[in-house]
Ligand binder design. Structure first.
Ligand SMILES: C[S@@+](CC[C@H](N)C(=O)[O-])C[C@H]1O[C@@H](n2cnc3c(N)ncnc32)[C@H](O)[C@@H]1O
Length: 257
């Protein structure tokens, strides 16, 4: 798969710094809940094929593999792909080892191959609203090619699960370290992150935030039918109607056919 976008994203130096320390952050602790919820919501079982877009160190892909699901994970961070691949190598021999690829999600060329596509904890989907302080700021995916690439990767009848930051929650609970760009719906924060070796360094983070209506329109534009839109907290996925009290929305959509 030849990429038109050089793998180059402001998240990469952050991922290099964090390495496996990413998995020490509290938002990763409820991976078991998220995997079980998605397994049910997406109707996954042994032999299902799933694409995980912006898979990071592979926590969902590895959890799904334990359920017998065959997973391909893609991420722009070489360091995270390396960590995910190492972890896949440690799975028991009877578990289908996920495959991980370094790939810019804007360059995906999968066609009708997957029963489900997931992009969680912003994945690639929620980190493309800002170019990281270049000449701009400019969105990295102005035409929504990541969402249409995910839709195209689904077989007809396959399902998508995408989690996205809630604009309502972000603005309602804005902290002194947050700088919310109302025109673009992108929150900027400067965060101090601790590496595997315990070294602290400051990084800029630009997270796109969404309303349910925007997410529905985007899914529709990508040719998907939204089945559900839930309000969730990482590690506490549940069937809750959209509200102002939870940090993320989880969109469950289906490719018609
Ligand atoms: C906050 S992490 C979430 C990782 C994982 N899904 C999880 O839940 O732990 C966001 C991930 O998206 C990846 N990402 C951002 N933009 C991307 C792009 N254009 N293509 C592929 N991956 C991308 C980052 O490298 C990072 O691993």
């Amino acid at each position: 798969m030849s990429g038109v976008h050089p793998p180059d994203h402001w998240f990469e130096p952050m991922a290099d710094h964090l390495g496996s320390a990413y998995l020490r952050y509290s938002f990763t602790r409820g991976t078991g809940n998220e995997v079980a919820f998605l397994g049910e919501e997406l109707g996954l079982g042994e032999g299902s094929r799933v694409l995980d877009v912006g898979c990071g160190p592979g926590r969902h892909a590895l959890g799904l593999a334990v359920l017998g699901v065959e997973v391909v994970g893609v991420d722009i961070s070489a360091r995270f792909v390396e960590l995910a691949t190492e972890a896949a190598g440690e799975l028991a021999p009877d578990i289908p080892a996920p495959t991980f690829l370094r790939l810019d999600a804007r360059d995906m060329a999968f066609e009708g191959e997957f029963d489900a596509v997931i992009s969680l904890c912003q994945g690639a989907f929620g980190l493309l609203g800002h170019d990281g302080g270049g000449e701009g700021p400019q969105p990295l995916d102005p035409d929504g090619v990541v969402l249409s690439g995910m839709a195209r990767a689904l077989r007809p009848g396959g399902r998508l699960a995408v989690s996205a930051f809630s604009s309502y929650f972000q603005v309602r609970f804005l902290e002194s370290t947050d700088d919310f760009d109302a025109a673009r719906g992108v929150n900027h924060e400067r965060a101090t992150l601790r590496s595997e070796a315990g070294i602290e360094a400051d990084y800029d983070l630009w997270t796109s935030c969404f309303t349910p209506r925007e997410l529905r329109l985007m899914a529709h534009q990508a040719g998907l039918d939204v089945e559900h839109l839930w309000s969730v907290t990482p590690g506490s996925y549940a069937r809750r109607p959209p509200d102002l009290d939870h940090p993320e929305f989880l969109v469950i959509a289906r490719r018609p056919g």
